[in-house]
Design a protein around this ligand. Structure first.
Ligand SMILES: [Zn+2]
Length: 709
């Protein structure tokens, strides 16, 4: 441990709570940190948990109490002896609920009891709550047994994949809450024993203990409060940890001397950013920053690109208006810095509250007026997104209310950029992905990411649709059916012998496959980005005068459920894809993967889709064994993006051609942005062809089962 590091610790000192034996065993390892919180000594050490001499050792294992599950648990079992597993099975034959405590004797360990618990993976529902509640239950268990010392592993940092910092912070938070709520607790000593190989967890726990009661955002519930527009800027107000915000620039609040160790917000940001930022401040801004001014530095380990350090002067007690203006000017300066660096998104705290004692209303008015004024005076600015991150702390409720009240006049005034505009595409690109509103298994109240974190398997759901959707899909099948074209063309071979004139929909099911959907959304998102840069993509009828718009979309009525969440801006359409009996199951789990195609069509190797159910029907059985049995076709969401219109066949295409005038080659050196995203074949043949060249450019949302009549 470097001496510089130690010097940073005011109230922290080397632990002295070891026995002689402990010292021998851990001679070569670090001696750890400890601190006193009220009557409790809390320490972090490198070591071997099962060797600790305490009243209770905590063990993290599976909910079935299979102690071989998990590295720590297995090591503990090996040290305690096989009787421990037998005791678990005998006392808890059904296992335990997530977050509950199972109590056993110590086996061969030098403690009095072992508390076992089973926790949840990071990101899954209530994982953080369950983790914190478990710590609290362990302390309560210790108290109820009238015991005083307990040793924990670095809970949740292994199998449960919590970011180490989150695990450490939540742990401190749970401890503080328990100690605060139980002033008469007998608990005297809490030890975190981290394996010597796990430096990162060790550091995270040490750091969390260092900043602990300086960090008021421990334990706040993260949530989005509201979202509204101020001219071209979308503003979000949320309760969260600003240092974890994914934006281009985070605004920090500092004192004149740029002393990053002062102020709780600043400390939290700098702890997360790392020491390089502090070094940069000392080196490049040795004279500090004057009141009302801002300086920009790199952002160290933060997820943003830049940190903007704003020096808020003391609150003008005599006049709130003066203070509002001061904050307003600072906010504008911050946004101007972001604009100068061509950044898009900025996170702001409730400037002036806490350290500077600005009343919450003054902070809210200053921050929001600053953004508003900037949006009016910098209409062409690169800054499009501002997130106001409220941070918890003593005045949390008051601050929240002040911002919500101040934001009220802006809400509803404008509901976002107009559909069909470049601006709309740019905004769509920034949006967090959610499943469609009408999905019933993976519902839209959770983001795609949190759904994925929650489900450990990759299974998909095939669900019967409601009657409105059924009717809409059936109607689309019927209205795009072209009986006159039935049986004509090379791919229709054998069909005219079957003697049928139409098809009859038997079943419509919706595929909810979160992996596939996420990939599809990412593809759409990249197209929104492209449209935001080069302009909204032309629809077919605008590309060529003689071309009709896509039949499947044209047939949809304005209020059709199939039009919900369909984005014409990126040429997203529902298109049919006929599938043979042996392949549809593969498509449900893997999507339309042209890499598996046995032969390529008129426009090379891609996924071929149809705007007419008659055409899709041609591909639902082999040409040599046509029959009238049950058939299947998909109605797939497809984002065609920038369309290349081909009048002749191009069998050698491996990807869509470039759209540079005079080039239009699929093998040129022009950039990907200058490449089309799909090919529509419209020539002297019976049906138009719609071809995509990317595995995730289609999402096979509806499976239609039908027969020929
Ligand atoms: Zn080119």
């Amino acid at each position: 441990m470097s001496s510089e590091k130690l010097s940073l610790l005011d109230s922290i000192e080397p632990t002295d709570s070891r026995t002689q034996e402990d010292k021998k065993e851990t001679e070569l390892t670090d001696f750890g940190y400890s601190r006193q919180y009220k009557k409790v000594r809390i320490s972090v050490k490198e070591g071997v948990l099962e060797k600790e001499q305490v009243d209770v050792i905590v063990n993290s294992t599976s909910d079935k109490l299979e102690l071989r599950h998990g590295r720590g648990s297995k090591a503990l079992l090996d040290a305690a002896g096989a009787g421990l597993q037998a005791e678990c099975k005998q006392k808890y034959p059904m296992g335990i609920q997530k977050g509950d405590v199972a109590v056993t004797g110590p086996g061969n360990l030098r403690c009095k009891f072992i508390f076992h618990g089973s926790l949840k993976r990071y990101g899954s529902q209530d994982a953080e709550k369950i983790h914190m509640a478990f710590i609290s239950k362990c302390l309560k268990g210790l108290d109820s047994k009238k015991l005083s010392s307990i040793a924990f592993p670095g809970l949740t940092t292994g199998l449960h994949k919590f970011p180490k910092k989150v695990a450490a912070k939540n742990t401190c938070c749970a401890l503080a809450q328990y100690i605060d709520a139980n002033p008469n607790t007998r608990v005297k000593e809490v030890r975190f024993v981290i394996h010597a190989e796990d430096k990162e967890t060790y550091e995270a726990f040490c750091d969390a203990i260092k900043v602990w009661d300086l960090n008021p955002n421990l334990g706040i519930e993260r949530k989005e409060i509201c979202r509204f527009k101020m001219n071209q800027i979308s503003v979000t107000i949320k309760v969260d940890k600003i240092e974890e915000e994914r934006v281009d620039m985070i605004v920090n609040s500092v004192n004149k001397s740029l002393d990053l160790d002062k102020g709780s917000l600043c400390k939290a940001i700098i702890t997360a950013a790392g020491s390089k930022v502090a070094e940069e401040c000392r080196r490049d801004h040795a004279s500090g920053v004057s009141e009302g001014n801002v300086v920009v530095t790199s952002a160290g380990n933060l997820k943003c690109e830049k940190l903007c350090h704003a020096c808020v002067p003391p609150h003008e007690q005599k006049s709130n208006d003066v203070s509002v203006k001061v904050l307003q000017k600072i906010v504008i300066k911050c946004l101007e810095k972001a604009d100068k660096k061509q950044l898009t998104s900025v996170a702001l705290p409730a400037l002036g509250t806490r350290y500077n004692n600005y009343p919450p209303r003054v902070s809210a008015a200053g921050v929001l007026k600053g953004i508003d004024q900037f949006s009016k005076s910098h209409t062409r600015s690169s800054v499009k997104i501002v997130v106001i991150v409220l941070y918890g702390g003593n005045q949390h409720e008051e601050i929240l209310k002040a911002f919500v009240d101040e934001a009220a006049p802006y809400q509803g005034a404008c509901s976002g950029p107009e559909r069909g505009t470049q601006e709309f595409c740019r905004q769509q690109y920034q949006i967090e992905l959610h499943p469609p509103e009408y999905w019933t298994e993976y519902t839209s109240d959770k983001s795609v990411k949190s759904w994925k974190a929650d489900c450990d398997d990759d299974s998909f759901k095939l669900l019967d649709v409601d009657s409105t959707t059924y009717k809409a899909v059936e109607k689309l099948v019927q209205s795009t059916w072209q009986s006159k074209k039935l049986g004509h063309g090379r791919d229709a071979k054998g069909l005219s012998d079957l003697n049928y004139t139409s098809i009859n929909v038997l079943k419509v099911q919706r595929l909810e496959n979160i992996d596939l959907y996420e990939n599809y959304c990412h593809f759409c998102s990249s197209l929104f980005n492209k449209a935001g840069v080069i302009g909204v993509f032309d629809k077919l009828s605008s590309i060529s005068q003689g071309s009709k718009d896509i039949f499947t979309t044209d047939c949809l009525e304005e209020d059709s459920v199939l039009k919900k969440e369909l984005y014409p801006e990126i040429n997203e359409h529902f298109l049919f894809h006929g599938t043979k009996p042996e392949t549809y199951k593969k498509i449900l789990s893997q999507g339309l993967d042209f890499r598996m195609a046995k032969e390529y069509g008129m426009f090379g190797q891609g996924v071929y889709l149809a705007e007419s159910s008659t055409k899709a029907d041609q591909y639902t059985d082999p040409r040599t064994t046509r029959n009238k049995g049950e058939k299947r076709m998909f109605l797939a969401r497809t984002c065609l993006g920038k369309i290349h219109l081909a009048k002749e066949k191009k069998e050698k295409l491996q990807r869509p051609p470039c759209f540079q005038t005079g080039c239009e080659s699929d093998s040129c050196e022009h950039s990907e942005r200058q490449r089309c995203d799909s090919v529509v074949g419209e020539g002297e043949w019976l049906f138009r062809e719609f071809v995509t060249y990317h595995h995730y450019q289609t999402y096979p949302e509806y499976l239609i089962t039908y027969d020929r009549i």
